[in-house]
Design a protein around this ligand. Structure first.
Ligand SMILES: *[C@@H]1O[C@H](CO)[C@@H](O)[C@H](O)[C@H]1NC(C)=O
Ligand SMILES: *[C@@H]1O[C@H](CO)[C@@H](O)[C@H](O)[C@H]1NC(C)=O
Ligand SMILES: *[C@@H]1O[C@H](CO)[C@@H](O)[C@H](O)[C@H]1NC(C)=O
Ligand SMILES: *[C@@H]1O[C@H](CO)[C@@H](O)[C@H](O)[C@H]1NC(C)=O
Ligand SMILES: *[C@@H]1O[C@H](CO)[C@@H](O)[C@H](O)[C@H]1NC(C)=O
Ligand SMILES: *[C@@H]1O[C@H](CO)[C@@H](O)[C@H](O)[C@H]1NC(C)=O
Length: 470
């Protein structure tokens, strides 16, 4: 028997499941974790007929659980616990004032019957699906018009079993756009934390037209050759905090977006007030953080701090094109450690990739106020490729305290700059002349990171404790 003090200690240490056997194969457990909101009611997927044998399809159990628990939305909210087991399911929707909690040995397996996945409309800010015109397969975990939703756990796993989708994509057999693992639309107050996401059919997490979002402590893994398996894609969202995430991906680890060409311009919903800190990324064919290429609603006030990228194509990359319109401005990057990188800095106005042929050739993007400081990179092929548009230069680019160690095979002159304007200080190797050198003394105060905090940083997590019998 455990001594009382040991028991207390365990609980105080925030240790999560400790169990006492009870009758009927059920266990009483203590569960403690941090969340933006604790819930009054709690149930297990087993209460709704769920079977965690890896073979039984649990879609109905999930849908029933969410439907029934939604009745508590105005009575303290509800939590659905997914215990240890392999839970095969197709898509289900979330509800408001709701927490989905995955035990550390819970594995949510996405059904691979592509044809059974329901279709939903293309996003209004995109006009089209990204893989094919027309509709798109709904995400494994989907929610729209919600408030106060939490998806968390003690590092339980969601496996998209994406291989069949990747194969169909490569063979150009997809009739509709691939499913994401998690998509939340038109929602407010979102937490996604302490989970492992693997093998998504396409993007992993897509918050869109949403606000007040915290995404932290995730491990996101996909084969580096898998198509479009972006980690996290905040899209037309405001007040977002992404922190302590570890991502290995076949595409951008984080891709910040706001709609595509004339559809995004018309919808006009920017992504703004975004914090990305302590991200570790491996993405050999893409960027640690991409801004765009779909940025037609605008991207403003992005604060990036303490990024590590290894074997990654580029650091913080801006992608745009004629026809996008919109803007990318007030971007601040402070503290990047990069190892084995093709381009440390990469911006392009010639990304192409249009929704259809109706884009407006007069819709030029405005790229302005892009600040980088305290960057160290090793084993780099090219320092930078900075390519604005003729008649539409990218302006206010600032680089300070940047040390780039070139690979043995690197080019002699590793900077390419066209149609850009900016300044630099203490940048090695010396940058192109379009980034006018201000001399080393200016370095300390240049390209400064904003000092005032954003509201999303003032949200405090609560400790939530539950006694469960499941
Ligand atoms: C996630 O896990 C870490 C480490 O176990 C813990 O410190 C943190 O509080 C957890 N976060 C949440 C939101 O539960
Ligand atoms: C989930 O939400 C979508 C979009 O609102 C809807 O089309 C779909 O029918 C919902 N699915 C279920 C099972 O309720
Ligand atoms: C969800 O919210 C959006 C934006 O406010 C609104 O246009 C849409 O009609 C809402 N959908 C539902 C199903 O309530
Ligand atoms: C979560 O699980 C993943 C995959 O097993 C592992 O790599 C990662 O280190 C775990 N994270 C934590 C905080 O335990
Ligand atoms: C440097 O980068 C090249 C690819 O450009 C890679 O093959 C090599 O292993 C890297 N060297 C080190 C020491 O990481
Ligand atoms: C330059 O950057 C390094 C980290 O890359 C940091 O330790 C150092 O303090 C920075 N120097 C200045 C003057 O900001």
């Amino acid at each position: 028997m455990m001594a009382k003090t040991d028991w207390l200690l365990l609980v105080l240490m925030g240790v999560v499941f400790s169990s006492i056997e009870r009758g009927e194969g059920r266990k009483t457990s203590e569960l403690t974790y941090s969340a933006i909101k604790c819930r009054k009611h709690s149930a297990s997927i087993k209460d709704f007929g769920g079977i965690g044998d890896g073979k039984t399809l649990n879609t109905k159990a999930f849908q029933k659980a969410v439907n029934q628990l939604s009745q508590y939305a105005s009575d303290g909210g509800a939590q659905l616990v997914i215990p240890a087991g392999h839970w095969l399911t197709a898509s289900f929707n979330l509800t408001s004032h709701f927490t989905l909690f995955l035990h550390k040995d819970a594995l949510l397996l996405a059904s691979q019957e592509i044809n059974q996945w329901p279709l939903i409309d293309p996003l209004p800010s995109y006009g089209h699906g990204r893989d094919a015109p027309g509709g798109r397969y709904i995400s494994l975990i989907f929610g729209t018009n919600l408030t106060d939703v939490i998806i968390t756990g003690e590092n339980g796993t969601i496996d998209g079993q994406g291989a069949v989708w990747w194969q169909q994509f490569h063979r150009k057999k997809l009739k509709y756009t691939r499913s994401y693992l998690i998509e939340l639309m038109h929602s407010n107050k979102i937490q996604i934390s302490n989970l492992t996401l693997v093998n998504s059919p396409s993007w992993n997490i897509h918050p869109v037209y949403s606000s007040n979002i915290i995404i932290q402590g995730l491990t996101i893994l996909a084969p580096v050759t898998s198509p479009n398996t972006d980690g996290i894609d905040p899209d037309s969202c405001t007040n977002i905090r992404l922190e302590d995430n570890y991502i290995v991906s076949g595409d951008d680890c984080v891709a910040v977006k706001s709609g595509w060409d004339e559809y995004g311009i018309k919808y006009g919903m920017p992504t703004s007030h975004l914090i990305i800190r302590r991200l570790t990324c491996i993405s050999p064919y893409s960027a640690a953080i991409a801004l765009g290429s779909e940025m037609s609603g605008g991207i403003q006030d992005v604060r990036v701090q303490d990024i590590i990228a290894i074997n990654t194509e580029s650091g913080v990359r801006i992608k745009t094109a004629v026809g996008r319109g919109g803007f990318v401005k007030d971007v601040y990057v402070k503290g990047m450690k990069l190892h084995t990188i093709k381009w440390v800095f990469w911006m392009t106005g010639n990304y192409g990739s249009h929704a259809d042929t109706h884009w407006d050739p007069k819709a030029l993007p405005e790229i302005k106020g892009i600040n980088y400081r305290d960057v160290v990179a090793e084993n780099v092929s090219m320092a930078a490729q900075l390519e604005g548009l003729s008649g539409d230069p990218f302006t206010g680019i600032c680089m300070s305290n940047v040390t780039i160690g070139l690979a043995k095979k690197a080019k002699k002159y590793p900077w390419t700059c066209t149609n850009i304007e900016g300044i630099s200080s203490s940048v090695q190797p010396p940058p192109c002349q379009l980034l006018a050198d201000q001399g080393p003394k200016k370095s300390r105060r240049m390209c400064d990171f904003p000092t005032e905090s954003l509201p999303i940083d003032n949200i405090e997590m609560q400790r939530c404790s539950y006694r469960l019998n499941y």
